[in-house]
Write a protein that binds this ligand. Sequence first.
Ligand code: ADP
Length: 206
Amino acid sequence: MTTQTETLTRMVNVILLGPPGAGKGTQAELLVKNHGLVQLSTGDMLRQAKASGSELGKRVAEVMERGELVTDDIVIGLIKEKLSNTEAKGFIFDGFPRTLAQADALAALLKETGVTLSAAIELQVDDKILVERILNRAEQARAAGQPVRADDNAETLTQRLAAYHAQTAPLIEYYKSKGALKSVDAMGEIDAIATELNAIVSQTPA
Ligand code: ADP
């Protein structure tokens, strides 16, 4: 059951890896609900910074709208701040790390705070479907009178996918070589994918 809350007796820390539109955010929210983990989405943090009109927000807005990655230092700084939440039962890293340098920085941060990575979960989806999913998401938001993400358009999406393949996809090998990679077919129904993720989270070693 995906709606059941399982009481985790140990800390679980997972990375959700996958291209834009793979469903990382959707699945992260379900993991928060089902396991009480804390979601750390660098995309959300950067959008909040942009909305707040802060200096950081101004610096990252254009980069995000071009579909490129913001600098490693910025996102590593954001994550570092959040990891000081020692009350958390565990973290879901959603959209971070996105480069090998970020992955190394995360490993160092986790070591410093004495936290173990439970798994890096790859959500596998074909590029063809991603474009459709994201353009649909934008269309539905527009129809409902909700704000549409500035980077959810065909042009930026091409760049986001290119950035994913060039800079983020190598992390799949990186985590595989550390024995931490779990791959999930993320082309199906949200609930079916959530069930698989729940099983992974429940089975990760302490
Ligand atoms: P997506 O749905 O494309 O995976 P996100 O919400 O995770 O989107 O991120 C949106 C944008 O924010 C990215 O295209 C990038 O510009 C920036 N961003 C988010 N996380 C990172 C990161 N870890 N490193 C660099 N840039 C990032």
